[in-house]
Design a protein around this ligand. Structure first.
Ligand code: MSP
Length: 517
């Protein structure tokens, strides 16, 4: 069986990690964990993009060598992954020899095949975007959009990769692979881009202008264009590992779909005679309080500080619950706290507390066996039926990357369980000495515990620590496959539960500077 290979974009190390970087890691982690739960063998790659003008400039500003600068900042990205409980199998840096050697080799191969040629180029160059611009990039009034920063006209000799030659192949490939890009509507965007003739891609930068890059193997006067270098990471990380390439999913933001991932990358691979990735998942962007994230205005969420303050799982939960994959979303502290309180603390947290509290009060802390006759009563049957439906929907929704709705369904089951508890009112049954009430009490305690175990079993891809904590306080040691764990079978009978648990403490008021949202 082929390994399910999933990657994130590799982040530029010219600044510290922010919420957008964190989201992409978490989203990819949720998919990776979900696939593992479903029984796939998964290889999950993330990493950092260390070459190029932006990094060179940031290092210069700090007055240190680019490599020292990269060593420092890439550490922050690695630490963010560890902090957010990202289950990546590998972390690649584009300054590593294992990456550089593959980039050099592929460049030499393409050069030898005649896919790369040298030509004089005159054009408008954006330093900020590190790219030559085209007439169509101009605004109606002839000026260049602000995103390009300073634009200068330059003439220089450079190396070009024959991208245009593959245009028809790519169009055909997209038509034959309707699921190449998720969400589907973005595939149309790519085809639209391809409705205009492609230019060949300038893949070199003269050393005088940019030093910080991988030297062209056939001309030491040049370094490799940062995208041609960066994209190769997906392949260089696994080239020596059998059964992994091609990637099943490249998870990236919508800004880097067209042209780098959807056009350059498949063509580069095709030209090298390598298999192309199966799919690309393009997610949306986070704004903060309705505006673009920006460190200078303080409209910025620093993911590590935020996770320290409110909890790693709470942050993971919020990002996945709030954003519909592919769409944009807004982050605000108010919205975060509202979900935290209503869904985590008052719904799930409350069910945990009640279950522990009542099992201790009325059953000596040991989950009782349900009474067989009361299991066929209406409230129990209804909750059980809702579980069966929730489980199947949850899996289907996750398979289609509809994680926000999957979580909504999981939490609707928690709500229904809390409602069930209110209906049965074990605190009243516990006061009665009637045999029938005692039987119903045992059933309601067993049902609560089982429903909580099952709800927690839906959550490990999104909230791995929370699932483990709930299992722990229920005295449950998970065995068997994930799907087996989702079977309603009262396996907790006889388990000793903890006395109390605080899963989602009341959040502290935001501290100045920690997370201005
Ligand atoms: N280095 C390139 C990617 C090379 S991949 C071979 C790059 N780096 S980046 O640091 O600018 O962005 C990394 C990822 O973070 C991208 O997928 C980008 O879309 C994502 N995000 C950056 N800001 C974001 C938000 N505000 N919201 C969500 N994701 C965002 O591009």
């Amino acid at each position: 069986m082929k390994t399910f290979y999933i990657t994130t974009a590799i982040d530029y190390v010219n600044g510290s990690p922010h919420l957008g970087h964190a989201y992409e890691k978490v989203l990819t982690d949720v998919i990776a964990r979900f696939r593992r739960q479903m029984g796939d063998s998964v290889y999950f790659l993330t990493g950092v993009d260390e070459h190029g003008q932006k990094v060179q400039q940031s290092a210069k500003k700090r007055g240190i060598a680019p490599q020292a600068f990269c060593d420092e900042v890439s550490q922050e990205f690695r630490a963010m992954c560890a902090k957010l409980n990202i289950s990546n199998d590998d972390f690649i840096r584009t300054t590593e020899p294992r990456h550089k050697s593959v980039v050099s080799r592929l460049l030499q191969q393409l050069f030898d095949q005649g896919e790369i040629y040298k030509a004089e180029y005159q054009g408008f160059y954006s330093t900020r975007q590190e790219q030559f611009l085209q007439e169509k990039d101009r605004q109606p009034d002839g000026s260049w959009p602000e995103i390009f920063g300073e634009v200068t006209q330059i003439t220089e000799s450079n190396y070009f990769f024959k991208l245009a030659k593959y245009q028809d192949w790519l169009i055909q490939h997209l038509k034959e692979n309707e699921n190449f890009i998720f969400p589907r509507y973005r595939q149309k965007q790519v085809l639209e881009f391809l409705s205009e003739p492609l230019n060949d891609l300038c893949i070199s930068r003269p050393r005088e202008r940019l030093e910080w890059g991988i030297e062209l193997p056939f001309d030491s006067g040049y370094v490799t264009y940062v995208w041609f270098d960066a994209l190769v990471n997906y392949y260089s990380a696994v080239e020596d590992k059998p059964g992994i390439w091609p990637a099943d999913f490249h998870v990236i933001g919508k800004d880097i779909l067209v042209p780098p991932h959807a056009v350059y990358w498949p063509i580069m691979l095709k030209a090298c005679g390598l298999p192309t990735p199966k799919s690309i998942l393009a997610h949306g962007w986070w704004s903060i309080n309705g505006t673009k994230m920006s460190k200078s205005t303080g409209n910025f969420v620093e993911p590590m500080a935020f996770a320290d303050q409110y909890g790693v799982d709470a942050l993971r939960f919020f990002m996945i619950r709030e954003m519909s994959v592919g769409q944009d979303s807004d982050f605000s502290l108010n919205q975060f706290l509202s979900r935290y309180n209503s869904e985590l603390a008052n719904n799930l947290g409350n069910l945990v507390n009640r279950t522990l509290n009542m099992t201790n009060r009325f059953a000596g802390g040991v989950v009782p066996a349900p009474d067989a006759t009361s299991l066929i009563l209406e409230p129990e049957r209804e909750l059980h039926a809702l579980w069966e439906k929730t489980r199947e929907e949850f899996i289907t929704l996750c398979e289609g990357f509809q994680f926000h709705i999957a979580l909504e369904r999981a939490f609707a089951f928690v709500t229904a369980t809390n409602r069930y508890v209110e209906q049965r009112a074990p605190w009243k049954l516990g006061k009665s000495t009637e045999a029938a009430d005692q039987a119903l009490l045992r059933t309601s305690l067993a049902t609560m515990a089982e429903a909580l175990r099952l709800a927690a079993s839906l959550l490990p891809a999104v909230m791995p620590t929370t699932t483990e904590k709930i299992y722990g306080v229920l005295g449950y040691t998970a065995t068997g496959s994930w799907r087996e764990r989702l079977v309603w079978d009262h396996r907790l009978t006889g388990a000793k539960v903890a006395e109390t648990a605080i899963l989602f403490p009341r959040p502290q008021a935001p501290e100045a500077g920690a997370a201005k949202a």
